[in-house]
Design a protein around this ligand. Structure first.
Ligand code: HEC
Ligand code: HEC
Ligand code: HEC
Length: 403
């Protein structure tokens, strides 16, 4: 994913920029906190080209579908985020939607940054505002068709992305919670350390159990005694995060060396100890505490069909467009105990009603099983908690019913 060779150039440039990074606009304490949090999030590793000016973008991220160039996030008005508000910035971090209203590719790890509090997001934004604006136009999207179409990852978003600020677990210590916040959020550790499925979603049931990234292997971070950190003490883990080495165990040399140099070595001992405490508490090969269970095959089918046949109008996450397409999230017709209504609407469409345009009949394009899968999917997604009780037989019966 990222090469280790560019880090030296980057560090030199960064130190030069950091020394003039105090401005009159924002509270120094908020800016300093933001600088620290940007370190914890390792923003610089992606948002800096090899040998380029820190945060001015242009770094290439290879994917199986072509590549992306990370954008310029210095406060330049034309080519950076100079015209963004703190609310725009929070939307990018929390929802993965950019200022142009586009869904961002998850190469930007907003599926982790969504855990950030608003105050921490605002602090990072305040810090980025103090950087010298750099004019550097970056053409982000270098993916191949159809992946260069932002809707192509709609299914990924639908299945694997849930926005949500971190909620502390009151049964745990304050330091465990701080560690969880950093590991699961800004640190985005499991973006490298967890296996992904064919859609690029993290297999939550195997989170932190290790994964290949490019030609490197990011090892198991659970407490597994043989393949994980089971034999490491918390102090050894903290030492590794700070220095990249633990005598007698291992020394970072690949992508992790860069994570240590650019990010973890800048964190306080208290935060590193908290992260180590949290990692030590992950049971062997367990699921991510804050994650959700991996979807089953019929849900994946339902989500894919939904995005192909409904999402263009009813939008991702069933949110609709006010006055144009009704939302399906929380919609009474969708969550009624009997799925007949939603099945009939899909089969036969709806005439124009009130402000809404008509909905086309889709019965000709979809077979009975597909309609049952879609109905079950919309009945059980985005907070809808109806029973997934539609069947192909039910659809076949309603298809013949001409009332
Ligand atoms: C693993 C690489 C990676 C890391 C780490 C990363 N980003 Fe990004 N970021 C990207 C990519 C790639 C995009 C472009 C996504 C798109 O447009 O679909 C992006 C987009 C953005 C955007 C939107 C900019 C625009 O013009 O659309 C902002 C703001 C941003 N990142 C801020 C941050 C901050 C703040 C951090 C650290 C907390 C961070 N990023 C860490 C890769 C990364
Ligand atoms: C960019 C991908 C990437 C990210 C992000 C990442 N790691 Fe790693 N990590 C690796 C790789 C690859 C290795 C293997 C050694 C190397 O690269 O030098 C590794 C090694 C480790 C090791 C040593 C394990 C062993 O058994 O030798 C620990 C501990 C570790 N990472 C913890 C973390 C934590 C905690 C975070 C989040 C703050 C994190 N990593 C984020 C890729 C990553
Ligand atoms: C071309 C756009 C479009 C597509 C595609 C579409 N819908 Fe609709 N849908 C609408 C519109 C417009 C309405 C509102 C029609 C009306 O009330 O007159 C609607 C209404 C509905 C309703 C009734 C909601 C209510 O509040 O009464 C349901 C349920 C529904 N759609 C489900 C679906 C499902 C499931 C799919 C995919 C299989 C789908 N729609 C595809 C445009 C669309």
């Amino acid at each position: 994913m990222r090469s280790a060779t560019r880090k030296l150039f980057r560090m030199v440039g960064f130190l030069a920029a950091a020394s003039c990074a105090v401005s009159a606009h924002a509270q120094p304490s908020q800016v300093q906190r933001g600088e620290y949090l940007a370190r914890a999030g390792d923003c610089i590793s992606c948002h800096t080209a090899n040998g380029g000016i820190p945060y001015a973008g242009g770094y290439r991220l290879d994917t199986p579908f072509g590549y992306l160039l990370a954008p310029n996030i210095t406060p330049d008005n034309e080519t950076g985020i100079g015209r963004w508000s703190s609310a725009d910035f929070y939307r990018a971090m929390h929802d993965g939607v950019n200022k142009r209203g586009q869904d961002m590719y998850p190469a930007m790890p907003y599926d982790f940054y969504t855990k950030l509090t608003r105050a921490d997001s605002d602090a990072i934004f305040a810090y980025l505002r103090t950087l010298k604006p750099v004019r550097n136009a970056v053409d982000i999207n270098q993916l191949r068709f159809p992946f260069n179409q932002r809707w192509s990852m709609a299914v990924w978003r639908e299945l694997y992305f849930d926005e949500g600020t971190f909620t502390p677990d009151p049964a745990q210590t304050a330091s465990w919670n701080r560690g969880a916040y950093l590991v699961e959020g800004l640190g985005h550790c499991s973006s490298c350390h967890s296996p992904r499925n064919a859609l690029g979603g993290i297999e939550q049931s195997k989170a932190f159990t290790g994964a290949s990234i490019d030609d490197w292997f990011a090892p198991n971070l659970t407490s597994n005694l043989h393949t994980g950190l089971g034999e490491w003490t918390a102090a050894e883990i903290a030492t590794y995060l700070k220095t990249g080495a633990v005598a007698g165990r291992t020394t970072a040399f690949g992508p992790m060396a860069e994570v240590v140099t650019n990010s973890l070595s800048h964190l306080s001992d208290a935060d590193l100890a908290a992260m180590a405490e949290y990692l030590k508490a992950i049971p062997p090969n367990s699921s991510l505490r804050t994650g959700k269970p991996a979807p089953d095959a019929s849900r994946v089918r339902g989500a894919t069909l939904y995005m192909d046949h409904c999402g263009g109008c009813h939008q991702a996450k069933g949110r609709g467009i006010p006055g144009v397409f009704p939302p399906l999230a929380g919609n009474g017709a969708v969550i009624a105990p009997d799925p007949a209504n939603v099945i009939k609407v899909v089969l036969k469409g709806l005439p124009q009603r009130g402000a809404y345009i008509p909905m086309p009949a889709l019965g000709g394009q979809l077979d009975d099983q597909q309609i049952a899968d879609i109905a079950n999917y919309v009945r059980t997604s985005w907070g809808n908690t109806a029973s997934p009780n539609s069947t192909a037989a039910m659809v076949a019966r309603l298809r013949k019913d001409n009332r």
